[in-house]
Design a protein around this ligand. Structure first.
Ligand code: GLY
Ligand code: MN
Ligand code: MN
Length: 436
């Protein structure tokens, strides 16, 4: 395995948390993602569905998990199905999980081959009162392709139309919102690798380098430290490109005097990290760039301190908007009289800061979470304010990942330089090292 997985005890804990929210007689079914085709005989790299991974740690296609806490036979209370392996599969595709390995990793005693799924369903569904079926209820999901889970849900509902059905997604959002200790440690491993990649590019960026060459340096560092790669498509945006929020072509040349915004983070063991740094291509910020940079930094630091239990995320976002507003007035980008008269539904700061400040982070970079409840300890968020000034061809965003605790929030990126002077010093140091 390329990464150290979480312990079986932690996967057991995740399942116990799910069970706490189930009604009596419920049977929950979780499926894997499909292996997605490309063209001819090609397939995309397999990406496991986050929920079954969270509950079992099994990163393998065709895996199914059943949770049936009230089953009469204790062996039926948790059942994991894994794809049956064979000599032929071992030769062409390499090793797959044996039942014993899947059991040791997940902490689930009953492991069967996936071929036993249909018969097991036929045996157990008549014993249960209601089915818990899962679906993608992420606020921004927009998937036109029917997932394996949706197909299997349809089959179950057609087969058992008289059974009650409940949604697993709200429970998953709840339990995935608050990270267990080993999950935080896994995110920290991802962050440590992302930090190494940042250090590496600080010694690499100079006038004339292509944005995609920076991307190549980053992925080299990711993979050599056991990550499978980017947790999301990286943004390497120099000059004006930084004002294009989802710029991912990364095909321009970094120019002397410009700032390059780099939004990247590796996955490690399935967990994401999410960093943004904006650095001067020639190693030194201009006066104006520094002023904008420091304004973004102050907003980031103030926002971090607001991530405390008991605050609603909507209130938090409004408060950060007010802080940003006053920074934009300070930079001469907004007029305080105009701000005083603005429509509160359409605040003027959105001209320069048009995205949210924070999102949940975990197995998915834009992780599922409890958007309409108070912030709670053990939640992990990004904090990522930015100022984008198209007329100056300048975009600066700074993004760190923060763990909420009962006390002060913990900055998981505390070791990765962010002050303008620290970034300049790191660039000077790393360049010298790269030349040596
Ligand atoms: N790069 C995705 C994000 O920062 O949210
Ligand atoms: Mn990001
Ligand atoms: Mn982010």
């Amino acid at each position: 395995m390329r990464y150290t997985p979480l312990s079986a005890a932690t996967y057991r804990e995740h399942r116990a948390r799910f069970r706490q929210h189930m009604d009596k007689g419920g049977l929950a079914v979780f499926h894997s993602n499909d292996v997605m085709p490309t063209s001819a005989d090609g397939t995309m790299p397999f990406k496991q569905a986050s929920d079954i991974f969270h509950l079992s740690g099994i990163d393998q296609e065709e895996t199914v998990l059943l949770l049936f806490p009230d089953a009469t036979d204790p062996k039926d209370r948790e059942i994991l199905f894994v794809r049956e392996t064979s000599e032929l599969i071992a030769i062409w595709e390499g090793a797959k999980f044996t039942q014993k390995e899947a059991s040791a990793l997940s902490g689930i005693a009953t492991v069967l081959w996936t071929s036993a799924y249909e018969a097991t369903i036929k045996r157990l569904v008549p014993q249960c009162e209601l089915l818990y079926l899962n679906s993608n209820e992420h606020l921004r999901q927009s998937n036109e392709v029917e997932t394996r889970e949706e197909r299997k849900n349809k089959e179950l509902r057609a087969q058992y139309p008289l059974h009650g059905v409940k949604r697993s997604a709200p429970i998953m959002h709840r339990i995935r919102s608050r990270k267990t200790q080993e999950e935080v440690e896994q995110i920290q491993r991802a962050i440590a690798i992302t930090g190494k990649a940042f250090e590496r590019v600080c010694g690499f960026v100079e006038p004339g380098v292509k944005e995609y060459a920076i991307e190549a340096e980053i992925i080299h560092e990711f993979i050599r430290h056991g990550s499978r790669g980017h947790a999301y498509t990286p943004i390497i945006a120099s000059g004006y490109n930084a004002c294009v929020l989802h710029y991912v072509t990364n095909d321009q040349v970094c120019q002397d005097g410009d700032v390059v915004l780099m939004d990247f983070g590796c996955e490690y063991g399935g967990y994401a990290s999410d960093l943004t740094r904006s650095i001067p291509v020639n190693g030194r910020f201009t006066k104006r760039q520094r002023a904008v940079y420091n304004a973004v930094l102050r907003v980031k630091n103030a926002a971090t301190q607001l991530l405390r239990p008991g605050t609603l995320l909507a209130e938090y976002h409004r408060e950060v908007g007010r802080i940003m507003e006053s920074e934009l007035i300070g930079l001469g980008l907004l007029d305080k009289h105009d701000v005083a008269k603005q429509d509160p539904e359409r605040p003027l700061y959105k001209k320069y800061f048009m995205h949210g400040t924070s999102h949940f982070l975990g197995l998915d970079v834009h992780d599922v979470g409890l958007w309409n409840e108070m912030i709670q300890p053990d939640m992990v968020f990004t904090v990522e304010p930015g100022i984008y000034i198209r007329e100056e061809k300048l975009g600066i965003r700074l993004e760190n990942n923060i763990l909420v605790t009962r006390d002060a929030p913990i900055d998981l990126f505390a070791d990765i330089p962010v002050e303008a002077e620290a970034v300049e010093a790191l660039m000077a140091r790393s360049r010298k090292k790269a030349l040596a």
